[in-house]
Design a protein around this ligand. Structure first.
Ligand SMILES: [Zn+2]
Length: 141
């Protein structure tokens, strides 16, 4: 996963601004096989009844974001959300709700951590995450 610096900025800012609630949104860019380039992040409302513990993007916001992305000639690369009280690792809720096979799920913390996870339809697989300009946004293990 290659990240435009602006994408990282928007996601980390959103995670910080909405804490202690979870931030969430859609990540847009280009996908060619396993190659992914994230060029934009679109913040969405968190409609969950327990926004401090989970996130839920309202269907109409998801549709609006998808239309905007398509209008710009881009594709949905994945989604982002934040863990205000935890590490950037998928939770049990994230596992049970992951729906888009092949999508990347980026998780941020208000402290500025960011990690990307590929949902393969059964489990999350940690993805390397490289900021364009050759600056690593998170060390690849
Ligand atoms: Zn989560």
């Amino acid at each position: 996963m290659l990240l435009a610096p602006r994408v990282e900025e928007v996601i980390l800012e959103d995670a910080k601004r909405r804490a202690p609630e979870e931030a969430c949104g859609v990540v847009a860019g280009r996908v060619r096989g396993s190659f992914k380039l994230a060029l934009a992040a679109i913040p969405c409302a968190n409609a969950s009844v327990a926004p401090e513990a989970e996130y839920e993007i309202p269907p109409e916001e998801l549709l609006r974001a998808a239309e905007q992305i398509e209008g710009e000639g881009l594709e949905v690369v994945g989604f982002y959300h934040s863990h205000p009280f935890g590490s950037p690792v998928p939770s049990g809720i994230d596992q049970s709700r992951a729906a888009w096979e092949g999508a990347s799920y980026l998780i941020a913390t208000p402290e500025g951590e960011l990690a990307s996870w590929l949902w393969d339809g059964k489990k999350f697989i940690r993805e390397g995450c490289i900021l364009l300009l050759n600056l690593p946004c998170h060390p690849v293990p």
